[in-house]
Ligand binder design. Structure first.
Ligand SMILES: [Mn+2]
Length: 344
């Protein structure tokens, strides 16, 4: 990775820097933002991390998390002023301005130079500098490269390294997805040299359950999991009432879709929930069934080939109906993938 000399110039004099990331940030989004933010602060910049929305509580341990601005809670326009007065805006873990909701317009209109660091499919042209690779495991991997390319790898202390580790760990499904390259393992070795406690990070992220969250999982597996063997597909849908019944908090349903995908014979899984007036969807697949395409074509979404998100303005019932009516169109393809991947 090489950093353009004009960007290097901007980074060599201290300035006001905004880092923003996608709505409902996950460990990769927030870990990359806080890892990079910590390094930029040590370089002498003023740095603000602005999240379009809240994020799961199990990310609260990250260094600098207490200073993250939640745009949804910012009632006096602080974020807008900061963005308007920024010298540089980093856009991490997203590549389409719609992923940051109404922040998108403010970022688009800002005069600051924009730097994109991301690994999603479907990049829009809004950034002045791009560090974009869809083959990268995570934005944390690209952010680590970026920090080293600035020649500032020495500024990564163990807590910043742990934020980046959380990103690469979660986006690779704990180092099991095909994107887990040799490079990823080399990166982790370097993070371990810096002094991360990987066991602690794993526990902070995965062993962080409330009883109500586990009961919601139990309910989902017992009552809500629908398997359609004909289409090698399984899905889970939850209404807002059901979420309420289990005192839903952001992040509680993360990973539920993977249970659907783990069923023998299944190569395509969907999770749909009804929250904040919108039907949000997660799609996962095995092998060559491209959920990025599926989400893009049918549910205003996208992401990666085997993991994508989408949304629907229809009611939950209508969304489910639409989803199930689409399946016959993909039946042959799904069955072929299932045979190829030895799922059936
Ligand atoms: Mn990511």
């Amino acid at each position: 990775m090489e950093i353009d000399s004009s960007l290097n110039n901007l980074l060599s004099t201290s300035g006001r820097i905004i880092i923003t990331t996608h709505q409902k940030p996950d460990a990769d989004a927030l870990g990359s933002s806080l890892g990079l933010g910590g390094v930029l602060k040590k370089m002498g910049h003023e740095v603000w991390v602005i999240s379009p929305t809240d994020y799961p509580q199990f990310l609260n341990w990250m260094p600098g998390e207490e200073d993250v601005i939640d745009f949804m809670k910012d009632k006096d326009g602080t974020s807008q002023k900061l963005i308007e007065n920024a010298d540089l805006i980093f856009c991490l873990d997203f590549c389409s301005l719609s992923r940051i909701n109404s922040l998108g317009k403010i970022v688009e209109d800002a005069t600051a130079k924009k730097v994109l660091i991301d690994h999603h499919i479907g990049k829009e042209d809004f950034a002045d500098f791009e560090f974009w690779s869809t083959s990268a495991s995570s934005t944390a991997e690209l952010t680590f490269d970026f920090i080293k390319s600035m020649g500032q790898g020495d500024l990564l202390d163990s807590s910043l390294a742990e934020a980046l580790y959380a990103g690469v760990m979660t986006d690779t499904g704990s180092f099991r997805f095909p994107s887990t390259s040799q490079k990823v393992h080399h990166m982790v070795a370097e993070l371990m040299d810096i002094g991360i406690n990987h066991t602690k990070i794993h526990r902070l992220i995965y062993d962080h359950n409330r009883v109500a969250k586990l009961q919601l999982l139990g309910y989902v597996l017992y009552k809500k999991l629908v398997v359609l063997p004909e289409y090698c597909t399984a899905f889970i849908a939850l209404s807002s009432n059901e979420l309420e019944e289990f005192q839903f908090q952001t992040g509680d349903t993360e990973g539920f879709v993977n249970y659907a995908l783990s069923i023998d014979g299944v190569v395509f899984a969907a999770f749909i929930n009804d929250r904040e007036g919108e039907r949000r969807m997660s799609f996962r697949s095995v092998g060559d069934f491209d959920v990025n395409e599926f989400a893009k074509e049918n549910f205003e979404g996208g992401g990666h080939k085997n993991a994508a998100g989408g949304r629907s303005g229809l009611s939950l019932e209508e969304t489910l109906k639409k989803f199930q009516e689409l399946l016959p169109k993909y039946k042959d393809e799904l069955n072929e993938v299932a045979r190829k991947e030895k799922r059936i």
